[in-house]
Design a protein around this ligand. Structure first.
Ligand SMILES: Nc1ncnc2c1ncn2[C@@H]1O[C@H](COP(=O)(O)OP(=O)(O)O)[C@@H](O)[C@H]1O
Ligand SMILES: [Mg+2]
Length: 252
């Protein structure tokens, strides 16, 4: 496989994303009837979660993302993963993408862990023999014991993350998107996750790492992006960005 050594792995230009604000059912029903009788079609109120985000991630670069709760970090990652599409602007990713998103953003909850792993292989277009070889490796790394043949909905958060991480690392990603997962799970597994992410970094993969842990953001990232209320507040040297972010948070 040849990989270009220059250029961006991720390029985001002027991305906007809003969500419908869901009205309470009562208000919604009453208002709908009123609107119906009046022959009116009121636009639903919308909440702009990302407001003109620009960023790029170079090949081999790790970008840390910090910001208050609700600032749009997970939404940004879901856009990068292709789970959401932007209302405006463009997103380009170049290379195989693997994701480590929060609970519920990946697996079929009624299928077993093993079945989910096999489905991933089918989605990747692997042959039957490759699927079995890969599934064996994933299952071994996840180390879930008998739970690998139980429905995913019976998993604890830690177990879910083990499976998610195991699937992600076996995709051999060129772009790895990580949302707040390194704080979940037992110390041994977290250490293994760290080792594998370091390995991807050494192999030249790009990583986007969303984390509450500003220490980790500093330690892991080449640059840090501070997202505030859906806008890029600053992006650059990890120490400097984290310092200004922490000062802003402490200042209320
Ligand atoms: N699918 C959705 N529908 C409606 N609102 C959403 C949805 N996803 C996220 N939001 C809202 O977008 C805002 C940003 O959420 P999120 O991206 O999860 O922030 P963060 O990860 O930084 O805490 C929040 O106010 C959240 O309620
Ligand atoms: Mg989040």
């Amino acid at each position: 496989m040849t990989r270009a050594q220059t250029g961006h792995a991720v390029e985001v230009r002027d991305v906007w994303k809003s969500f419908d604000l869901v009205a309470t059912r009562q208000r919604h029903l009453k208002q709908s009837l009123v609107d119906l009788l009046a022959g009116r079609r009121e636009p639903r109120p919308r909440h702009a979660v990302l407001r003109g985000v620009d960023l790029s991630v170079a090949r081999g670069e790790t970008l840390g993302v910090v910001g208050r709760n609700g600032s749009g970090k997970s939404t940004l990652l879901r856009l990068l993963a292709g789970i959401y599409s932007p209302d405006r602007g463009s997103i380009e990713t170049r290379g195989r993408v693997a994701t480590l998103l929060e609970l519920g953003a990946g697996f079929h909850m009624d299928l077993t862990g093993r079945e989910n792993v096999e489905i991933e292989g089918i989605v990747l277009g692997l042959s039957r023999a490759e699927i079995h070889r890969r599934a064996a490796a994933v299952v071994e790394f996840a180390d879930l014991g008998e739970y690998i043949d139980q429905p995913v909905r019976t998993y604890s958060t830690g177990m879910y993350m083990r499976l998610a991480f195991s699937v992600a690392v076996h995709v051999d990603p060129q772009i790895l998107l990580v949302d707040e997962i390194l704080s979940v799970g037992d110390a041994g597994f977290v250490a293994r996750c760290h080792d594998r992410i370091r390995e991807f970094q050494r192999q030249g993969a790009s990583v986007v790492l969303v984390t509450h842990d500003t220490g980790a953001a500093e330690a892991w990232s080449d640059r840090v992006l501070w997202l505030d209320d859906g806008r890029v507040q600053s992006m650059g040297d990890p120490g400097e960005v984290v310092d200004t972010y922490l000062k802003a948070v402490e200042g209320g």
